[in-house]
Ligand binder design. Structure first.
Ligand SMILES: [Zn+2]
Length: 279
Protein backbone atom coordinates (compact mmCIF):
# COMPACT_ATOMS: atom_id res chain seq x y z
CA UNK A 1 0.00 0.00 0.00
CA UNK A 2 1.17 3.53 -0.80
CA UNK A 3 0.57 5.76 2.20
CA UNK A 4 0.76 9.57 2.45
CA UNK A 5 0.50 10.31 6.14
CA UNK A 6 1.41 14.01 6.38
CA UNK A 7 -0.70 16.51 4.42
CA UNK A 8 -1.62 20.14 5.18
CA UNK A 9 -4.61 21.93 3.73
CA UNK A 10 -3.79 25.19 5.54
CA UNK A 11 -3.42 27.78 2.76
CA UNK A 12 -6.26 26.14 0.82
CA UNK A 13 -8.59 26.17 3.86
CA UNK A 14 -10.57 23.33 5.41
CA UNK A 15 -13.48 23.08 2.94
CA UNK A 16 -14.22 19.60 1.46
CA UNK A 17 -13.61 20.88 -2.09
CA UNK A 18 -10.08 21.91 -1.08
CA UNK A 19 -9.40 18.59 0.60
CA UNK A 20 -10.59 16.84 -2.59
CA UNK A 21 -7.93 18.67 -4.64
CA UNK A 22 -5.29 17.02 -2.43
CA UNK A 23 -7.05 13.65 -2.42
CA UNK A 24 -7.42 13.71 -6.22
CA UNK A 25 -3.66 14.16 -6.54
CA UNK A 26 -3.06 11.37 -4.05
CA UNK A 27 -5.32 9.04 -6.04
CA UNK A 28 -3.38 9.72 -9.25
CA UNK A 29 -0.14 8.98 -7.38
CA UNK A 30 -1.57 5.57 -6.41
CA UNK A 31 -1.99 6.45 -2.72
CA UNK A 32 -4.31 4.00 -0.95
CA UNK A 33 -4.40 5.76 2.41
CA UNK A 34 -3.94 9.44 3.23
CA UNK A 35 -3.86 11.28 6.56
CA UNK A 36 -4.78 14.95 6.75
CA UNK A 37 -2.52 16.34 9.48
CA UNK A 38 -3.15 20.04 9.90
CA UNK A 39 -0.69 22.01 12.06
CA UNK A 40 -2.02 22.28 15.63
CA UNK A 41 -1.11 25.99 15.77
CA UNK A 42 -3.68 26.66 13.03
CA UNK A 43 -6.47 25.92 15.54
CA UNK A 44 -7.58 28.50 18.08
CA UNK A 45 -7.97 25.72 20.68
CA UNK A 46 -4.40 24.40 20.30
CA UNK A 47 -2.37 27.46 19.25
CA UNK A 48 -1.63 28.49 22.89
CA UNK A 49 0.33 25.24 23.41
CA UNK A 50 2.95 26.34 20.89
CA UNK A 51 3.82 29.27 23.18
CA UNK A 52 5.00 31.34 20.19
CA UNK A 53 2.29 34.06 19.95
CA UNK A 54 4.22 36.11 17.34
CA UNK A 55 4.54 33.09 15.08
CA UNK A 56 0.87 32.15 15.51
CA UNK A 57 -0.17 35.76 14.76
CA UNK A 58 1.82 35.71 11.51
CA UNK A 59 1.22 32.13 10.33
CA UNK A 60 -1.82 30.74 12.17
CA UNK A 61 -5.08 30.29 10.26
CA UNK A 62 -7.50 30.52 13.19
CA UNK A 63 -9.34 27.29 12.29
CA UNK A 64 -11.73 25.54 14.68
CA UNK A 65 -11.19 21.87 15.55
CA UNK A 66 -14.89 20.98 15.16
CA UNK A 67 -14.93 22.31 11.58
CA UNK A 68 -11.79 20.40 10.64
CA UNK A 69 -12.65 17.12 12.35
CA UNK A 70 -16.25 17.15 11.11
CA UNK A 71 -15.17 17.92 7.54
CA UNK A 72 -12.52 15.16 7.41
CA UNK A 73 -14.78 12.52 9.00
CA UNK A 74 -17.73 13.20 6.69
CA UNK A 75 -15.52 13.36 3.59
CA UNK A 76 -13.93 10.06 4.62
CA UNK A 77 -17.38 8.42 4.98
CA UNK A 78 -18.59 9.88 1.69
CA UNK A 79 -15.59 8.53 -0.26
CA UNK A 80 -16.01 5.13 1.35
CA UNK A 81 -19.73 5.06 0.45
CA UNK A 82 -18.90 5.98 -3.14
CA UNK A 83 -16.30 3.19 -3.31
CA UNK A 84 -13.40 5.58 -4.02
CA UNK A 85 -10.26 3.47 -3.44
CA UNK A 86 -8.60 5.62 -0.78
CA UNK A 87 -8.95 5.74 2.99
CA UNK A 88 -8.87 9.19 4.57
CA UNK A 89 -7.52 9.39 8.14
CA UNK A 90 -7.82 12.26 10.57
CA UNK A 91 -4.67 13.60 12.19
CA UNK A 92 -2.76 16.60 13.44
CA UNK A 93 0.88 17.64 13.29
CA UNK A 94 1.91 19.04 16.64
CA UNK A 95 5.11 20.95 17.42
CA UNK A 96 6.98 19.41 20.30
CA UNK A 97 7.32 22.13 22.96
CA UNK A 98 8.54 20.59 26.25
CA UNK A 99 6.99 23.33 28.42
CA UNK A 100 3.43 22.48 27.37
CA UNK A 101 3.71 18.71 26.91
CA UNK A 102 1.45 17.73 29.81
CA UNK A 103 -1.43 20.07 28.94
CA UNK A 104 -1.02 19.28 25.27
CA UNK A 105 -1.16 15.53 25.92
CA UNK A 106 -4.42 15.99 27.85
CA UNK A 107 -5.92 18.14 25.08
CA UNK A 108 -4.93 15.61 22.39
CA UNK A 109 -6.22 12.64 24.36
CA UNK A 110 -9.68 14.24 24.42
CA UNK A 111 -9.82 14.41 20.60
CA UNK A 112 -11.15 11.62 18.43
CA UNK A 113 -8.15 11.40 16.07
CA UNK A 114 -6.63 8.53 14.10
CA UNK A 115 -3.06 9.70 14.62
CA UNK A 116 -0.87 12.52 15.88
CA UNK A 117 2.47 13.49 14.33
CA UNK A 118 4.95 15.06 16.75
CA UNK A 119 7.57 17.27 15.11
CA UNK A 120 10.50 19.33 16.31
CA UNK A 121 10.57 22.66 14.49
CA UNK A 122 11.74 24.78 17.44
CA UNK A 123 14.88 24.78 19.55
CA UNK A 124 13.81 27.24 22.24
CA UNK A 125 12.70 30.37 20.40
CA UNK A 126 14.52 29.45 17.20
CA UNK A 127 12.46 27.98 14.34
CA UNK A 128 15.12 25.85 12.65
CA UNK A 129 13.37 25.60 9.25
CA UNK A 130 12.38 29.27 8.92
CA UNK A 131 15.29 30.14 6.62
CA UNK A 132 19.03 29.45 6.20
CA UNK A 133 19.81 33.01 7.38
CA UNK A 134 18.50 32.09 10.87
CA UNK A 135 21.45 29.65 11.13
CA UNK A 136 24.07 32.42 10.84
CA UNK A 137 26.49 32.49 13.77
CA UNK A 138 25.12 29.31 15.33
CA UNK A 139 27.09 26.24 16.40
CA UNK A 140 25.73 23.69 13.92
CA UNK A 141 26.82 20.57 15.81
CA UNK A 142 25.17 21.96 18.96
CA UNK A 143 22.00 22.66 16.97
CA UNK A 144 22.04 19.05 15.85
CA UNK A 145 22.50 17.76 19.41
CA UNK A 146 19.71 20.05 20.70
CA UNK A 147 17.39 18.98 17.90
CA UNK A 148 17.79 15.26 18.58
CA UNK A 149 17.53 15.70 22.36
CA UNK A 150 14.08 17.21 21.74
CA UNK A 151 13.10 14.62 19.12
CA UNK A 152 14.10 11.79 21.47
CA UNK A 153 12.10 13.41 24.29
CA UNK A 154 9.08 13.67 22.00
CA UNK A 155 9.39 9.98 21.09
CA UNK A 156 9.95 8.99 24.74
CA UNK A 157 6.79 10.85 25.82
CA UNK A 158 4.56 8.33 24.04
CA UNK A 159 2.16 11.21 23.22
CA UNK A 160 2.73 10.98 19.46
CA UNK A 161 1.95 8.18 17.02
CA UNK A 162 4.73 9.25 14.65
CA UNK A 163 7.78 11.52 14.74
CA UNK A 164 7.63 13.73 11.62
CA UNK A 165 10.63 14.30 9.32
CA UNK A 166 12.94 12.76 11.96
CA UNK A 167 16.16 14.57 10.96
CA UNK A 168 14.68 17.90 9.83
CA UNK A 169 17.73 19.65 11.31
CA UNK A 170 19.67 18.75 8.12
CA UNK A 171 17.23 20.82 5.99
CA UNK A 172 19.76 23.36 4.65
CA UNK A 173 22.60 20.89 4.10
CA UNK A 174 24.73 22.50 6.83
CA UNK A 175 25.69 19.28 8.68
CA UNK A 176 28.53 17.92 6.53
CA UNK A 177 31.44 18.49 8.97
CA UNK A 178 32.85 15.65 11.11
CA UNK A 179 31.44 17.03 14.37
CA UNK A 180 27.99 17.41 12.81
CA UNK A 181 28.08 13.93 11.31
CA UNK A 182 28.95 12.53 14.73
CA UNK A 183 26.08 14.52 16.28
CA UNK A 184 23.69 13.23 13.58
CA UNK A 185 24.71 9.64 14.28
CA UNK A 186 24.53 9.92 18.07
CA UNK A 187 21.27 11.90 17.93
CA UNK A 188 19.73 9.39 15.55
CA UNK A 189 20.73 6.59 17.89
CA UNK A 190 18.98 8.31 20.84
CA UNK A 191 15.86 8.96 18.81
CA UNK A 192 15.64 5.36 17.61
CA UNK A 193 16.09 4.05 21.16
CA UNK A 194 13.28 6.29 22.47
CA UNK A 195 10.98 5.35 19.58
CA UNK A 196 11.66 1.65 20.19
CA UNK A 197 10.78 1.92 23.88
CA UNK A 198 7.42 3.62 23.28
CA UNK A 199 6.47 1.99 19.96
CA UNK A 200 6.47 5.39 18.25
CA UNK A 201 6.83 5.31 14.45
CA UNK A 202 9.29 7.35 12.42
CA UNK A 203 8.17 9.09 9.26
CA UNK A 204 10.00 8.62 5.94
CA UNK A 205 9.35 11.95 4.23
CA UNK A 206 9.94 12.97 0.64
CA UNK A 207 9.81 16.65 1.67
CA UNK A 208 13.59 16.66 2.13
CA UNK A 209 13.95 16.14 -1.63
CA UNK A 210 12.34 19.57 -2.16
CA UNK A 211 14.66 21.32 0.35
CA UNK A 212 18.30 22.45 -0.06
CA UNK A 213 19.60 19.20 1.52
CA UNK A 214 17.97 17.25 -1.36
CA UNK A 215 17.63 14.04 0.68
CA UNK A 216 14.72 12.13 2.16
CA UNK A 217 14.15 12.48 5.92
CA UNK A 218 15.60 10.56 7.70
CA UNK A 219 19.04 9.67 6.29
CA UNK A 220 19.75 6.05 5.45
CA UNK A 221 22.05 5.49 8.43
CA UNK A 222 19.32 6.56 10.88
CA UNK A 223 16.69 4.56 9.01
CA UNK A 224 18.84 1.42 9.08
CA UNK A 225 19.27 1.81 12.84
CA UNK A 226 15.48 2.18 13.16
CA UNK A 227 14.89 -0.96 11.12
CA UNK A 228 17.44 -2.94 13.14
CA UNK A 229 15.66 -1.80 16.34
CA UNK A 230 12.23 -2.89 15.06
CA UNK A 231 10.87 0.68 14.87
CA UNK A 232 7.96 1.02 12.43
CA UNK A 233 7.63 3.68 9.74
CA UNK A 234 5.04 5.70 7.85
CA UNK A 235 5.65 7.40 4.47
CA UNK A 236 4.70 10.99 3.71
CA UNK A 237 4.95 13.90 1.28
CA UNK A 238 4.33 16.72 3.83
CA UNK A 239 2.27 18.42 1.09
CA UNK A 240 1.24 22.04 1.65
CA UNK A 241 -0.21 22.41 -1.88
CA UNK A 242 -2.34 19.88 -3.84
CA UNK A 243 0.41 19.32 -6.44
CA UNK A 244 2.80 18.20 -3.67
CA UNK A 245 0.44 15.47 -2.50
CA UNK A 246 1.89 12.01 -3.17
CA UNK A 247 5.04 13.61 -4.58
CA UNK A 248 8.25 11.59 -4.19
CA UNK A 249 6.55 8.71 -2.36
CA UNK A 250 8.04 6.21 -4.82
CA UNK A 251 11.48 7.44 -3.73
CA UNK A 252 10.48 7.31 -0.06
CA UNK A 253 9.39 3.70 -0.54
CA UNK A 254 12.68 2.75 -2.27
CA UNK A 255 14.62 4.52 0.50
CA UNK A 256 12.75 2.53 3.15
CA UNK A 257 13.37 -0.71 1.25
CA UNK A 258 17.10 0.08 1.11
CA UNK A 259 17.02 0.27 4.91
CA UNK A 260 15.37 -3.15 5.03
CA UNK A 261 11.69 -2.20 5.45
CA UNK A 262 8.93 -4.26 3.85
CA UNK A 263 6.00 -2.88 5.87
CA UNK A 264 4.37 0.49 6.49
CA UNK A 265 2.29 1.45 9.53
CA UNK A 266 -1.24 2.86 9.26
CA UNK A 267 -3.49 4.17 12.03
CA UNK A 268 -7.19 4.09 12.77
CA UNK A 269 -8.36 5.57 16.09
CA UNK A 270 -4.69 5.51 17.11
CA UNK A 271 -4.44 1.76 16.66
CA UNK A 272 -1.57 0.66 14.45
CA UNK A 273 -2.03 -1.78 11.58
CA UNK A 274 0.90 -2.93 9.45
CA UNK A 275 0.55 -3.14 5.64
CA UNK A 276 2.94 -4.21 2.90
CA UNK A 277 5.10 -1.23 1.88
CA UNK A 278 4.59 0.30 -1.57
CA UNK A 279 2.44 -0.63 -4.54
ZN1 LIG B 1 4.14 19.20 8.10
Amino acid sequence: MIVDYHVHLERAGIAPGNAMRFIGRALSAGVGEIALTEHAYNFVELAPFLQRPDYVARHGHGFRLDDYMGMVRSLSRELEDRGVPIKVRLGLEVDYVPESLEELAAALAALDLDLVIGSVHWIGDWGIDLGPDTWEGRDRAQACRDYFRLAAEAAASGVFSIIGHPDLVKIYGFLSGDECREALYEGGRQLVEAARETGTCLEVSSAGLRRPVGEIYPGLELLRMAHAAGVRITTASDAHEPEECGLGLDQAVSWARRAGYEDVATFSERRLTVRPLGA
